[in-house]
Design a protein around this ligand. Structure first.
Ligand code: SF4
Ligand code: SF4
Length: 121
């Protein structure tokens, strides 16, 4: 669920307002958007993905709001980490080497008796 818009990082571009599929944010003239309908958040991460300055944090908890602290999110590199993993952040190196989700598909394929192709790289 969306938990944070950083006052210090947000550039008021309103991209998050535009991409949110459930209209969670309200645009505010001359200021950063506000999270007006947090309970409508679908935890889709689109706002975090599109924010060009990593000013948003969407917590993985989809069913409840959790308390977050911006300094901690920032110091642990969590702000913008989803965008980085997806490869949309040119300022951060790709982290696909750390992505272990292929193990899940490997296990699913094995349980179904489906042969997996060997990695190409
Ligand atoms: S995570 Fe998705 S639904 Fe939630 S505020 Fe961001 S764009 Fe909207
Ligand atoms: S996309 Fe990011 S920088 Fe733009 S308004 Fe939303 S939080 Fe601020």
């Amino acid at each position: 669920m969306i938990e944070l818009i950083s006052k210090s990082l947000c550039t008021k571009c309103n991209l998050c307002v535009a991409v949110c599929p459930t209209n969670v944010f309200d645009k505010v003239d001359g200021s950063l958007p506000i999270i007006s309908r947090q309970s409508d958040c679908q935890t889709c991460f689109m706002c975090e993905l599109y924010c060009p300055v990593d000013a948003l944090y969407v917590a993985p908890e989809a069913d409840c709001s959790v308390e977050v602290e911006e300094n901690q999110l920032s110091s642990t590199g969590v702000l913008g980490s989803y965008r980085s993993v997806i490869g949309w952040n040119p300022r951060r190196p790709l982290s696909d080497a750390k992505d272990k989700s292929y193990k899940m598909f490997e296990a699913m394929a094995q349980s179904e008796g489906i042969p997996m192709s060997p990695p190409t790289k």
